[in-house]
Design a protein. Structure first.
Lengths: 279, 256
């Protein structure tokens, strides 16, 4: 059965982020109470995802390299986007990402219990990326570059859980229709199934957020519909994990999110026994 | 009750022994003879920090408790955890290994483990009662005259998932956690075999039963010094895809 390969240090998989860093990302994201530039939303999403992935793989002896992670930025150029010691690398083991955030901010997390008690706790929020918004949107070139990176990974890890690519963009490609390079990317495969391409659409449209839809009917514009069609259908193993977390998803649900938090996707990946609430 | 117990354990393939996060008590194999015997097996969750230590503490606390409700035992374990955690944090400080940002959320949330505890009490020399308590997917099997007569708490190999109920080391009211525990009573007789096992081996055990085979015969084939043979056998099943690659623990209790 596909998408059941173990994700472990002996058999890691790769997780690649594509980040749209184009000029149009200066515009404000739609919805939400506080105005926020799309570029800020993108940087926030990537930082949050890297942080969640790291915490998921953290044990008392360090962060286990279940994933090798890469970030490719596309805007004025298409290039690996890690800064500092990781600069220039396509893929790095997660433990190296964990060890080298660019900044470690203190933020305050406000939580409200079921009986209405509000508590505030300081939490460390690592950041690897600052918002960038400059140049065109060469999404086709970014997908082609990703194809090279994923293809190389698969040649070296033919039995891995299929690579996961998450494209974070406002969808306004300036170097042509990205459908074809997206399809070529999804056609790459390991012994365990095809590479997975997911899309987080960060849009100025004011429509309500949409999470892992089954069909494109409710999507607000052509960009959203295009990104939906480019997105892989969530494999059954990930859908089951989503349902265990009380998300109801259709059997054709795609890895597509419109103006909402996509970090839940990290929890759909099985690296061992997960901690969920008592049932 | 007089019983001969033999335990086998193996870390997940690719992990070393220090990374094994299941736990079982008593650790000592051999003949046990008492009017009351208690056993426990726990499985620390992969996605939690210090879960092996917590699994170990839970099994020790369960077996030491002379009586008491599940909630009291869990509360006792959680109280002791605060001390264990403080000692761990102090040791990290001493060894100049400060807590990293990615460890903080996990340490704050606490450690998590399944728990299966069973108590045998004696009525006559050759029979008595047992009571088992379960939180999660660690299982108890009772075999009598070559038939599986009890499978607790799960009954089918399809029932195993990646998010079983777990006992947290902190942050929850022990009464609330205990309310999710399942209990089962039964009677034991001389000649019965009990098997306590964590999820991967339990799932294999039930799939064998579903295929009308007798998995207990394979488990009875290992001697008390048979750790190496057990490891070879379990690794073979892993290679064939019949045993999920996970920590494995089996406690075999042969009632004499």
């Amino acid at each position: 059965m596909p998408y059941t390969a173990e994700i472990s240090r002996a058999n890691p998989t790769c997780f690649l982020f594509l980040i749209d860093q184009s000029e149009s990302m200066r515009e404000a994201i739609g919805g939400g109470d506080v105005p926020m530039a799309k570029a800020d939303a993108v940087a926030d999403a990537v930082n949050r995802l890297l942080s969640e992935l790291t915490i998921k793989c953290a044990k008392e002896d360090g962060v286990r390299d279940y994933f090798h992670v890469g970030v490719i930025g596309y805007g004025a150029k298409v290039a690996p986007a890690f800064g500092g010691a990781l600069a220039g690398h396509d893929l790095v083991p997660l433990s190296q990402v964990a060890a080298q955030p660019a900044r470690l901010e203190e933020r305050v997390r406000t939580t409200r219990t079921a009986d209405g008690v509000v508590t505030q706790q300081p939490v460390k929020f690592p950041t690897w990326f600052q918002p960038v918004a400059y140049g065109d949107t060469p999404m086709c070139a970014a997908l082609t570059k990703t194809h090279d990176v994923v293809g190389k990974w698969l040649a070296e890890h033919p039995g891995s859980f299929p690579p996961i690519v998450l494209n974070i963009t406002d969808g306004e490609s300036t170097d042509g229709d990205p459908s074809e390079p997206a399809e070529a990317l999804r056609e790459l495969m390991s012994a365990d199934g095809n590479a997975l391409l997911f899309n987080l659409h960060v849009s100025s449209d004011q429509s309500d957020p949409i999470v892992f839809p089954n069909a494109d009917r409710a999507l607000p514009d052509d960009y959203a519909r295009l990104l939906f069609r480019m997105s892989s259908i969530l494999p059954p193993s990930m859908r089951t994990a989503a349902m265990q977390q009380d998300l109801t998803l259709g059997d054709q649900a795609r890895g597509f999110v419109f103006n909402a938090d996509i970090s839940a996707i990290v929890q759909f990946l099985d690296v061992g026994t997960q901690v969920l609430g008592l049932r | 009750m007089r019983a001969l117990t033999t335990s086998f354990w193996l870390p997940r393939g690719g992990n070393d022994a220090a990374e094994y996060e299941d736990a079982f008590q008593p650790r000592k194999d051999g003949r046990h003879s008492a009017r009351r015997l208690r056993f426990a097996v726990a499985d620390g969750a992969s996605e939690s920090m210090l879960s092996g230590r917590w699994a170990d503490l839970l099994t020790r606390t369960w077996c030491k408790a002379q009586r008491g409700q599940t909630a009291e035992i869990l509360a006792d374990g959680m109280r002791q955890w605060d001390g264990e955690l403080a000692a761990y944090l102090a040791a990290r400080q001493t060894h100049n290994r400060p807590i990293q940002w990615f460890e903080e959320p996990g340490l704050a949330r606490g450690a998590f483990a399944t728990l299966l505890g069973v108590q045998f009490t004696t009525r006559r020399t050759s029979s008595g009662a047992w009571t088992a308590t379960s939180l999660g997917d660690t299982c108890l099997f009772q075999v009598r005259e070559d038939e599986l007569v009890t499978s607790f708490p799960l009954k089918s190999s399809a029932d195993f998932g990646s998010s079983p109920n777990l006992v947290p080391s902190r942050g929850e009211d022990p009464e609330v956690v205990a309310a999710h525990a399942e209990e089962r009573d039964g009677e034991w007789r001389s000649g019965d075999l009990f098997v306590l096992a964590t999820d991967a081996l339990s799932a294999w055990f039930l799939s064998e039963v579903e295929a009308e085979r007798r998995p207990w015969e394979q488990l009875l084939g290992f001697t008390s010094r048979g750790q190496a043979a057990f490891a070879e056998w379990a690794n073979g099943l892993r290679t064939q895809g019949k045993l999920r690659n996970d920590d494995v623990t089996v406690v075999r209790i042969e009632v004499l």
